[in-house]
Design a protein around this ligand. Structure first.
Ligand code: ARG
Length: 424
């Protein structure tokens, strides 16, 4: 029976092909080649059926362009690859802190998440990794975007974040009589292996795990490790066995090092990383994603949004140290990815982190790489995102000026193209 339905669905799928052959030609004044760091002149990028078919710059042989091709001429602008945010929560909303979210029904979160997806895309982020959501909401958003019902970035969903009972990724705001635990908690290597399989079964394409306490949970301390190294190793091994990457929320130095030793691919927040942790990350090739933009937003707006005083106090304790440690990691040449934790601050402001990364010591081109070529590598997606190169999606952002001189230009792209379709 299942087989029968499978075949029927496939047949239905092929009966309505997504789009007829479409050729789009994008022209601009400059192209920032993020890998080499060079700016090339007079780019002509041909996108066929959503993928880049050719890229030619000044001096190169002109490509053949069919007469009916659509043109997107970006004038004097500089184009660069569509940006990638490796750490967002599209279904979270910073306006509803603490207990204020309880006024809404469960499906409210995904409904407003659809708006957040559009804002994120129009801000130039054509790919995001959604590292934790309830109810498989990120998987549903991804499906609705791919089916064309709503506008949004390409999503790499994690579904539920794994963690320890009572840890940062569990439900920590409710008393026992309102018992509601996350379905992705586990308290032994075997339980956590099973949680990996369950999340994958229902659509996770990356496994997120909470290795330490955090800022926005109750009764957890950011500096304190919450899963044993053997538990983290079981998660990393199981995920890798299924060909999935892993991401760890880790603020404290011990949890960071345990996650790196366990083989987790990207370490997020990284607030209290020490010199040993930086050296370990470099030696093991772990990617570091410091969410260094959001602290001012929380300190300025959190109380108005209902964030509890205890959570604001934790933010105060984390923000400054995290930036100092980011500076140390940047100076040491650690491998960086662009992880903002959008949802803690308003969606669509994702580009504001570039300036903070530069202020705390990262070269502008390296900040741009963290959101393009490095992010694509960390996702294992160098075949389709993160560069304006033949074979990748036609995901392109345009800015008015040189972003390697002024990264704040990335806060206000003048054009955003996803798969050859202009969305801004
Ligand atoms: N989701 C993270 C947590 O609750 C956010 C931390 C934000 N603060 C910061 N300084 N990066 O732990």
């Amino acid at each position: 029976m299942l087989r029968y339905w499978g075949a029927a669905l496939l047949a239905a799928g092929t009966a309505t092909p997504a789009a007829a052959d479409t050729v789009v030609v994008v022209t601009a004044r400059h192209l920032l080649d993020v890998e080499s760091g060079r700016t090339l002149e007079d780019p002509v990028v041909v996108v066929t059926d959503g993928r880049i078919a050719s890229v030619v710059t000044r001096g190169g042989a002109r490509p053949d362009i069919p007469a009916n091709a659509r043109r997107i001429d970006l004038g004097e602008a500089t184009i660069l690859p569509g940006l990638i945010d490796m750490h967002v929560h599209l279904t979270s909303n910073p306006k509803y802190g603490g207990y204020t979210g309880l006024q809404f029904t469960d499906s409210f979160w995904i409904a407003q998440g659809a708006g957040n997806a559009g804002r994120t895309l129009r801000a130039g982020f054509t790919t995001v990794r959604n590292v934790g959501s309830d109810g498989y909401a990120d998987v549903g958003l991804k499906q609705a975007i791919e089916e064309g019902w709503i506008e949004g970035p390409r999503i790499v969903p994690a579904a539920y974040a794994l963690g320890a009972t009572g840890g940062h990724c569990d439900e920590t705001f409710l008393p026992p009589s309102f018992a509601r635990t996350s379905p992705a908690m586990g308290d032994s290597p075997d339980e956590l292996r099973k949680r990996v399989r369950e999340q994958r079964k229902y659509g996770a394409e990356v496994i997120k795990v909470c290795a330490t306490g955090g800022v926005f949970s109750r009764n957890t301390a950011p500096g304190v490790q919450q899963l044993r190294e053997e538990e983290l190793r079981a998660i990393a091994e199981e995920a890798h066995f299924w060909k999935l990457k892993t991401a760890a929320h880790a603020h404290g130095a011990d949890g960071i090092k345990a996650a790196i030793r366990a083989g987790i691919d990207t370490i997020e927040h990284v607030s209290f990383i020490d010199a040993e942790g930086i050296a370990l990350a470099k030696a093991r090739g772990a990617w570091l994603g410091f969410d260094v933009y959001n602290t001012e937003y929380t300190l300025a707006e959190g109380a108005k949004n209902g964030v509890l005083p205890e959570n604001i106090a934790k933010e105060r304790a984390v923000g400054t140290l995290q930036r100092e440690n980011f500076r140390a990691a940047a100076r040491a040449g650690a491998r960086m990815i662009y992880s903002t934790d959008a949802g803690i601050y308003p969606h669509g402001d994702n580009g504001r982190q570039f300036a903070v990364m530069v202020r705390f010591g990262l070269a502008p081109i390296d900040a741009i790489r963290s959101a393009t070529s490095n992010a694509a590598q960390a996702l294992g997606r160098t075949g389709d995102v993160g560069a304006i190169q033949v074979g990748r999606y036609g995901d392109i952002v345009a800015v008015e000026g040189d972003p390697t001189r002024d990264v704040t230009l990335l806060e206000r792209p003048v054009a955003v193209i996803k798969g050859g379709e202009r969305v801004r």
